[in-house]
Design a protein. Structure first.
Length: 134
């Protein structure tokens, strides 16, 4: 899969807009296995569109060793933020994938921003944006 993130000094961004049909086996919505980060506190903010098409879509957000599962039942645009303190610099995997096989649904990465934080912060938090029709 293509590299998702482009680097700036203290921020990396992604902007991908292809819908992924979630029908069938577990599959990635977005994947960047080789993002390089320096030591220190970082956050990633994912922005995704999800349409469960009458069912549910279970998405697993992975960033480094963090995993956050979100179950989506309504179509809309969602924001998910994960933060971590990286002890040593190096590669960090950034990935969104289905958590299980699905009979329906679709999802797409609208954008993502990785930012160096000024202070260390806790694990993940999720804040849904009011649903809009994708």
């Amino acid at each position: 899969s293509p590299v998702l993130f482009t680097a700036a000094a203290d921020e990396q961004t992604a902007d991908v807009a292809e819908w992924v049909d979630m029908t069938g086996r577990i599959k990635a919505v977005a994947d960047d296995p080789g993002m390089s980060l320096g030591a220190g506190p970082w956050s990633i903010e994912w922005l995704v569109d999800v349409n469960p098409e009458g069912g549910v879509v279970d998405l697993l957000f992975q960033w480094g060793d963090q995993e956050l599962l979100e179950v989506v039942r309504r179509p809309g645009r969602y924001s998910v933020t994960q933060s971590a303190q990286w002890a040593v610099g190096g590669h960090a995997r950034a990935r969104i994938q289905s958590f299980r096989p699905h009979f329906q649904g679709r999802a797409r990465l609208v954008g993502a921003v990785v930012t160096r934080l000024k202070q260390a912060s806790g694990q993940g938090s999720e804040a849904p944006i009011p649903p809009t029709e994708p």
